[in-house]
Design a binder for this molecule. Structure first.
Ligand code: MEZ
Length: 548
């Protein structure tokens, strides 16, 4: 251990150990509403005006979004100047699903149930997605002391009352059924000895409603969904990205232009309905933050939808998970599940002080950690900036020896690889870019303002308001993946498509030219390029988050 941690870290750990016994069982004060708002205003990245640009064109013209996203939304189409023969149709389906994560797979299963000719297209492989990387669990009010109404109120408060009511209602009402659906498909949830679901708290939840599969909940759920898609024989076109949506002459969504990621070959897929299930944007590294996200999380769906005329909602609100790995650097930004805090681990500063209740909502917790490091100077020095201790040995003291191995086996192994035993040594964390709270605006039938265009999962905005609670994302991909699959497949039965066109792409480019905008990048991005071929730009991605 001593060769992994610096002397300063070891000195600070002594203070953490010295205060530990007195902290166990102590009730840590909750912040008042005013205190929360103050710390958000002063320290949350969403409140830093320099991180945002105002859009000059498109359906959300005049609204602010993160600078990196604005560049993509107002980027250069990959098909500008390319002659695409829209009569040469390679795939002709009822429902085209873009994205092979939890939302895409759930949508495909329900669409298939409805008898629709369904196809998934994914730029990587099915399952290469943020769903796979989700750790802590999935919320559902299915215990006698809980109810969907209580779940609704928790999520509404967490979302600062901006959640779209009809979406949130569907999320919480369909949650118990979603758990049963997954359980019946074969997901191995943690259970009590009598077979009932084992549930825990998450930040901002007033009841224990987090259902988990140890600390690899998303991987277990994705394993089962992927098997189901494959067993049903639903076609999956992998290593193929969507580079533009196709409309018809009446402005309805009518398919997509696909591009093989290896050969560059472009193909046309005609579809009566299209579901965008492309996930998040962590790989855009807003404000220089590291990310817990999958390599493919580059906001492609937002770009495709926006250029075709679909509106965004709350695209200016981003979730920074309070506990990303801050040290060792090889794991920088990787998720340390909130479950660690829900099992009792406290957030401790360099002097061994528990400076906040660890189960405040994520935005407040992340902002408080940043304040502790940046303003109060109470962070622990690391080579990449100041960080905060997450006092993991408390878990074993509270719940008994062996708990971490049983409940957090993935995390235990991750740290062991670097010579750190989190059962006996606290771990260093700092906020990491985790989730896009907003996205494309949809109705409770998961459809956008563009006819035949549906969105599910992280690419959709509104259900979580301006801050999502833990465990409502896995729930979102299941509930709204299934919802989009049901509605898109039912709707496809009555769709009559006209002549296919890409004129909206030229129209968007003209609108940009008229507004005097020179595109800075080609979009959708598809995969992150950490240097853009220019070694000097590598500096931009060194994520030293805090001055020491
Ligand atoms: O919903 C999430 O983001 C989640 C469960 C993350 C985690 O802390 O494990």
């Amino acid at each position: 251990m001593a060769n992994v941690l610096t002397q300063e870290m070891l000195d600070s750990i002594k203070k953490v150990e010295a205060s530990r016994a007195s902290r166990i069982g102590a009730e840590l004060r909750r912040m008042t509403a005013d205190e929360k708002q103050q710390v958000l205003n002063d320290f949350h990245p969403d409140y830093k005006s320099e991180g945002f640009s105002v859009l000059t064109v498109g359906p959300n013209k005049g609204e602010k979004v993160p600078c990196e996203l604005a560049d993509l939304l107002q980027g250069k189409s990959r098909i500008l100047g390319v002659d695409i023969d829209l009569d040469n149709i390679t795939y002709d389906v009822d429902v085209l699903i873009i994205g092979g994560g939890g939302a895409g797979a759930s949508a495909a299963i329900e669409s298939d149930n409805n008898g629709a000719k369904t196809m998934i297209v994914t730029k990587l492989r099915i399952g290469d997605a943020n769903t796979m990387m989700a750790e802590g669990g999935i919320q559902a009010a299915d215990k006698p002391n809980d109810s969907p109404v209580t779940h609704y109120l928790d999520a509404l408060g967490g979302g600062h009352f901006y959640n779209k009511p009809e979406l949130l209602k569907k999320l919480v009402m369909d949650a118990p059924g979603a758990i049963q659906w997954l359980n019946n498909l074969g997901v191995m949830f943690d259970k009590e000895e009598d077979g009932t679901m084992y549930t825990t708290h998450g930040g901002g939840t007033s009841r224990k409603r987090m259902h988990a599969c140890a600390d690899y909940s998303g991987a277990e759920i994705m394993r089962v969904l992927r098997d189901e898609v494959i067993n049903r024989g639903i076609p999956v076109v992998d290593f193929t990205s969507v580079i533009e949506l196709i409309l018809d002459e009446d402005g309805q969504c009518a398919g997509a232009v696909l591009q093989n990621m290896e050969t560059g070959e472009q193909m046309v897929a005609r579809a009566k309905t299209v579901i965008i299930a492309t996930g998040g944007a962590g790989r855009l590294h807003y404000q220089g933050f590291p990310t817990s996200n999958h390599y493919g999380a580059t906001a492609d769906g937002l770009v495709l939808g926006y250029r075709a005329g679909a509106k965004l909602l709350y695209a200016d609100t981003i979730q920074y998970h309070p506990t990303g790995v801050a040290y060792p650097a090889q794991m920088l930004g990787a998720l340390v599940t909130e479950k660690v805090r829900s099992m009792g681990a406290q957030l401790i500063n360099v002097d061994g002080e528990a400076f906040m209740n660890p189960l405040e909502t994520r935005d407040v917790t992340a902002a408080s950690i940043i304040r502790e490091c940046k303003q109060r100077g109470k962070g622990v020095p690391t080579p990449l900036g100041a960080a905060i201790w997450l006092d993991t040995p408390m878990i074993e003291m509270i719940h008994g020896a062996g708990t971490i191995e049983k409940k957090l086996p993935g995390m235990l192994r991750m740290y062991e690889k670097f010579g750190i035993d989190m059962r006996t040594t606290p771990i260093l964390i700092y906020p990491t870019l985790h989730y896009q709270n907003g996205g494309l605006d949809v109705t409770d039938e998961s459809v956008t303002n563009v006819p035949n265009l549906y969105v599910a999962g992280e690419a959709a905005g509104g259900v979580h308001g301006r801050n999502r609670l833990m465990g409502n994302s896995l729930l979102d991909v299941i509930v709204f993946g299934r919802n989009a699959g049901k509605y898109a497949s039912a709707h496809s039965k009555g769709v009559k498509l006209g002549k296919l066109t890409l004129s909206h792409v030229d129209k968007f480019a003209k609108e940009m030219a008229d507004a005097g905008i020179e595109p800075k990048v080609e979009s959708p991005l598809l995969l992150p390029s950490y240097t853009h071929g220019n070694p000097k730009l590598a500096d931009k991605y060194t994520w030293g988050h805090t001055e020491l």
